[in-house]
Design a protein around this ligand. Structure first.
Ligand SMILES: Cc1ncc(COP(=O)(O)O)c(C=O)c1O
Length: 435
């Protein structure tokens, strides 16, 4: 099929997510390798968002493709009450690489279901109902996960699951300074007091926030949340769905602050999205609860052998190719280029990155620091920027007044410089709007 035929049929018979269908304009894609993907007509794109911040090991890795094919030939499916070698090895491997005494895993189809099960586990173990989450967050599109989500994707699903409360953010946009650790923790403790700490089962946070702005917490914040949780018998859930698996230069982003959460949810980079898989990991003391008590949760595709085999092969690639080290090294290169863009282009209001998890925030006024697009909206300049990226073959997410820099962890310096060459030219568009 031609690119246009594919696009036309997809638009006629399939529903695109988070969009009014008349506004979607998908890129047809037929193959991908390394940091690139191609349209049927052969137009090449640099995948500067790793698709949905998930293809961490890059596209088309033969080792993972082979592992999937071998598993498909031997045993493509076994139900969740069976024991398979892929499931056995994956649980053991994850116990090795996850923080502290996180030791036991429940496998799902993706990140939202990982969070759904994290909530359920927290409620069953503590006997409490409330879950605290932040506004600047995304935790998934299913009933419970979308209620935890703080960003506008939640609005249409309200009122949602009962029992979700909000704790404060430390970041407040381009026009207001970020809070100090002391401020945000004091406000958080106040919310816990007002809600009744003994009614709260868990606090869920993205240790480094993803789509809501690559928000890197100030040192001491996550340690402070850990202390508050310990003081009040609240469980700490780390949502590592986007920030996990080398994206920030560590297996999990929370490792930068040496904090051990009670529950950790993951997906995306776990298989680099070659097959869909999520998981929630739990510390020993939580897993022990379910020795005598029933775990009331299940999925037909729990511990799917194809996905477990893909995950095992993917984890081996991170290690064989030293991708965490490359993410750290290339993160430094990326930071240098981001800062160069900020010095050169007046529309760059802020740049942030940790490893290969990065974002640009654009502004239209250097005095007032007014964002280039309002909250939850766009502007002609941001649309023109996105159009230019697409025309020049740079694929990334342009959201509100921001765009993301999240390439596969396999990227090298020449590829990084090529991408930033396009970004450099693109920013001339937004510079023209700056007062
Ligand atoms: C932090 C975070 N949590 C959860 C999810 C939901 O994962 P999924 O789309 O696999 O259900 C996402 C997806 O982007 C995410 O970024």
């Amino acid at each position: 099929m031609s690119g246009q035929e594919i696009v036309d049929l997809c638009r006629r018979h399939t529903l695109y997510e988070w969009s009014a269908q008349s506004a979607v304009d998908p890129i047809p894609v037929t193959r991908a390798k390394g940091i690139h993907f191609w349209t049927p007509e052969g137009k090449r794109f640099i995948d500067f968002n790793s698709q949905l911040m998930c293809v961490n090991i890059g596209h088309g890795d033969e080792r993972v493709v082979r592992a999937i094919a071998e598993q498909a030939a031997a045993l493509p499916y076994a139900n969740p009450f069976m024991a398979t070698e892929a499931r056995a090895r994956l649980g053991a491997k994850l116990a090795e690489i996850t923080p502290g005494d996180i030791d036991v895993f429940f496998f799902t189809n993706g990140g939202a279901e990982a969070n759904e099960n994290a909530i359920r586990i927290a409620r069953l173990v503590t006997g409490r109902q409330k879950i605290a989450a932040r506004y600047r967050s995304y935790h998934g599109g299913t009933a419970g996960s979308i209620t935890l989500t703080g960003d506008p994707r939640r609005w249409a699903a309200e009122p949602g699951m009962p029992g979700v409360i909000r704790i404060p953010d430390f970041y407040h946009g381009l026009q207001r300074p970020a809070d100090s650790v002391e401020q945000v923790l004091a406000q958080t403790e106040e919310v816990l007091q007002m809600e009744g700490p003994q009614t709260i089962a868990a606090i869920i946070v993205e240790p480094v926030t993803g789509t809501n702005g690559i928000l890197i917490p100030p040192d001491g914040y996550l340690q402070g949340l850990r202390r508050l949780c310990d003081k009040h018998g609240i469980l700490l859930i780390a949502d590592e769905v986007m920030a996990g698996f080398g994206r920030t230069g560590e297996w999990f982003s929370i490792n930068h602050w040496k904090v051990v959460p009670d529950l950790i949810s993951m997906a995306k980079g776990l298989t680099s999205a070659y097959v869909q898989l999520g998981a929630v990991g739990m510390r020993r003391h939580i897993a022990d609860h379910f020795q005598k008590n029933v775990y009331y949760g299940g999925l037909t595709y729990n511990s799917h052998p194809l996905a477990c085999a893909a995950a095992l092969a993917t984890l081996a690639v991170y290690e064989e190719d030293k991708l965490l080290e490359n993410a750290r090294r290339m993160g430094v290169v990326m930071r240098g280029l981001m800062e160069e863009m900020q010095r050169k282009h007046p529309s760059v209001g802020a740049v942030r990155n940790i490893g290969l998890f990065g974002i640009f925030e654009l502004m239209r006024n250097r005095e007032t620091r007014e964002p280039m697009a309002p909250f939850n909206s766009t502007s002609p300049e941001m649309q023109a920027l996105g159009k230019f990226f697409r025309q020049e073959g740079l694929y990334t997410f342009v959201r509100w007044n921001t765009f993301f820099t999240n390439p596969p962890l396999t990227i090298n310096e020449a590829e990084m410089r090529e991408a930033f060459g396009i970004i450099d030219r693109a920013l001339e568009i937004t510079d023209k709007a700056v007062a």
